[in-house]
Design a protein. Structure first.
Length: 390
């Protein structure tokens, strides 16, 4: 599989991973116990305060005598709702609709329990003034089933109170689940992006090694022992430096150029009289952050298509500037018009640079190349200017 095919395979794998539905986990839909219990207590305290206040405002007879009865019922309501919370915490269907249906269904028996406690407190254990009259009226209308009728009537009215809390709990859980899914999706995207950056970075070294080893072979065949030894030492230094860095790492522009000088030392052994390097980097841009080894494929192309086929001296110029908040790097090389034109390459090197910039910075960065005004070849790349510690 060649580099282009590996690149396409990586993109396909990344697309499949991002398109796949994240694993569903029941724990994501659980609400923080402090939030759940706090909402239960708050709901019943608010009910207690509202009903007590309304009793006083409407002039109900002996409003204070009903306060402690109502407090007992509120405690029962808190306990019933807490049991509902425990049930919902353990039953977590995958779909939101099934979860809501389970919540509304689980509220039914607990509402009946609450209505039964309400009947016992206000009609049997601590009957209010009107309890006897209401019981007589209900017995006259529904002999034998009046208690059931009262419980069902209260259950219907109180069911919506329980149902609102249950729906709120499910909504909280669903929101938690969506946040967890989003976090995992962002993690997957970050992992895919990092994997792509690593793959693009590692495409540099094999391409470079192929050219360098070919040059080394040529020196050996020519019997240039000293030059071959120098190239091997320079190659060792370059590989040690380049492979020690993280492919996702940002380095200062000064460090990046230092790495490229190690590479140029190798090429200087091949072309001692033909390669001329010029670097124009303002002091204020030395600490600008750039992706590590971002310049290496560009300079390699300049050597391959500018220096290698020429007969005379070829200059490779690197210029750094700051424009509108962007770091702009321009790498230009002369072209000998009398030299044979090398066979065109695959475009992998420059395409690699553009892809790395777009993957890391998005549309804020880019890379363009083409003939220069003076007949040479120029590559320009730009990225957001950042001078913080890389």
């Amino acid at each position: 599989m060649n580099m282009a095919q590996r690149k396409d395979a990586l993109r396909d794998q990344r697309a499949k991973m991002l398109a796949a539905a994240p694993d569903w986990r029941a724990s994501d839909a659980r609400v923080n116990p402090r939030v759940a219990i706090g909402s239960i207590i708050a709901m019943w305290v608010i009910y207690f305060l509202i009903t007590t206040g309304l009793a006083m405002l409407t002039g109900v007879a002996e409003p204070w005598s009903a306060v402690w009865r109502r407090a007992i019922v509120v405690v029962a309501g808190i306990l019933c709702t807490f049991v509902l919370y425990q049930l919902l915490q353990r039953a977590q269907p995958q779909s939101f609709g099934a979860r809501l249906a389970a919540a509304l269904g689980a509220a039914v028996p607990l509402v009946i329990v609450y209505a039964s406690v309400n009947l016992l407190v206000f009609y049997y254990w601590f009957p209010v003034a009107e309890a006897t009259r209401i019981i007589k009226e209900m017995q006259a209308k529904f002999p034998g089933t009046w208690e059931t009728i009262l419980i069902l009537d209260s259950s219907i009215r109180w069911y919506f109170f329980f149902a609102v809390w249950a729906a709120l709990y499910v909504a909280f859980g669903y929101a938690n689940e969506m946040r967890a899914v989003e976090r995992r999706a962002n993690h997957f995207r970050l992992e895919a992006k990092n994997a792509q950056l690593r793959a693009l970075h590692y495409q540099v070294n094999p391409h470079f090694l192929f050219n360098t080893l070919n040059s080394l072979s040529t020196l050996v065949l020519k019997g240039s022992k000293s030059e071959a030894e120098t190239m091997i030492m320079n190659l060792s230094s370059f590989l040690r430096s380049s492979l020690a860095v993280d492919p996702e790492q940002l380095v200062s522009l000064d460090e990046e150029i230092a790495l490229q000088r190690l590479y140029l030392d190798i090429e200087q052994t091949r072309f001692p009289d033909r390669l001329q390097v010029e670097v124009d980097m303002p002091d204020e841009l030395k600490h600008a952050c750039v992706p590590v080894l971002i310049l290496q494929p560009i300079i390699e192309n300049a050597i391959k298509y500018g220096v290698a086929p020429s007969k005379g001296t070829i200059a490779v110029r690197l210029t750094a500037s700051s424009e509108y908040g962007l770091l702009v790097l321009r790498i230009e090389n002369d072209i000998d018009p009398k030299a044979p034109v090398p066979a065109s390459g695959t475009g992998l090197g420059l395409g690699n640079v553009r892809e790395r910039l777009l993957t890391r910075y998005g549309p804020a960065a880019g890379c363009e190349w083409g003939p220069s005004d003076d007949g040479g070849f120029v590559v320009s790349l730009w990225l957001p200017l950042a001078k913080v510690a890389c």
